[in-house]
Design a protein around this ligand. Structure first.
Ligand SMILES: O=C(O)c1ccccc1NCC(=O)[C@H](O)[C@H](O)COP(=O)(O)O
Length: 216
């Protein structure tokens, strides 16, 4: 297990975002391929951003219920290190994507109550990592990136995870240390909590977030 908390910053759209995330100490950067997102980048834009990412930082492609056509296109032109599945992908689909593209897969699980925790065991069998996020509000357009947190005490009693996992959902520079202390997370993921406006990353907030997470 890493001695320091690792940070994933999701939804980078510019080279300046990539540089700022890297300078802040992010371990992962995420490119969002969900067209309705304010953080969306095309495969061509992501390719141009990906080549600017320093060696050692993992480049994650975020997709929502993607078909093979999109995934084939990403595999063809974007040098990604991991795929993040942020939709209703079944365990079978996760296994299929993992096998077809030969990339480690992060499966996102939405949590709003104790009943949602069962999925952690089911998806641990097929995914390389899990990302435990808040469920989107009922009327939300986006399945993630809503700045909503869930009840962290739901995870507090879970001591044994068979796969690496990340905590996400409404994390900010102000609350990330408390979230880590309460859940024991060694990896955290953030999108809207380090933005000055939807889709606009803020270098100072990224720095503050990474510093707070590492100091936790
Ligand atoms: O960020 C988006 O716009 C988005 C759109 C569609 C699916 C997922 C999306 N974001 C996923 C993330 O990885 C976020 O970091 C995670 O949901 C937490 O978001 P936030 O609460 O804004 O930090």
């Amino acid at each position: 297990m890493p001695s320091q908390v690792r940070v994933k910053i999701c939804g980078l759209r510019t080279v300046a975002d990539v540089m700022a995330a890297s300078d802040a100490g992010a371990a992962y950067v995420g490119f969002n391929f969900f067209p309705k997102s304010p953080r969306y980048v095309s495969p061509e834009q992501a390719r141009d951003l990906a080549i600017e990412v320093p060696v050692g930082i993992a480049k994650v492609g975020l997709v929502v219920n993607a078909d093979d056509a999109l995934l084939d296109r990403l595999a063809e032109i974007v040098p990604l290190d991991m795929l993040q599945l942020h939709g209703a992908e079944t365990p079978e689909r996760v296994a299929q994507i993992r096998a077809r593209y030969g990339l480690p897969v992060i499966k996102v699980l939405g949590i709003s109550g104790p009943d949602d925790l069962e999925a952690i065991d089911r998806y641990s069998l097929v995914a390389d990592q899990l990302l435990v996020d808040a469920k989107p509000p009922k009327d939300a357009v986006l399945p993630g990136g809503n700045g909503v947190r869930f009840d962290w005490s739901l995870l507090a009693r879970r001591k044994y995870w068979t796969k690496p996992w990340m905590l996400a959902g409404g994390l900010t520079p102000e609350n990330v240390a408390q979230a880590i202390a309460q859940t024991g997370a060694m990896q955290v993921d953030v999108a809207s909590g380090v933005e000055s406006a939807p889709g606009c990353k803020d270098a100072g907030l990224m720095r503050a977030f990474c510093a707070a997470a590492r100091g936790a």
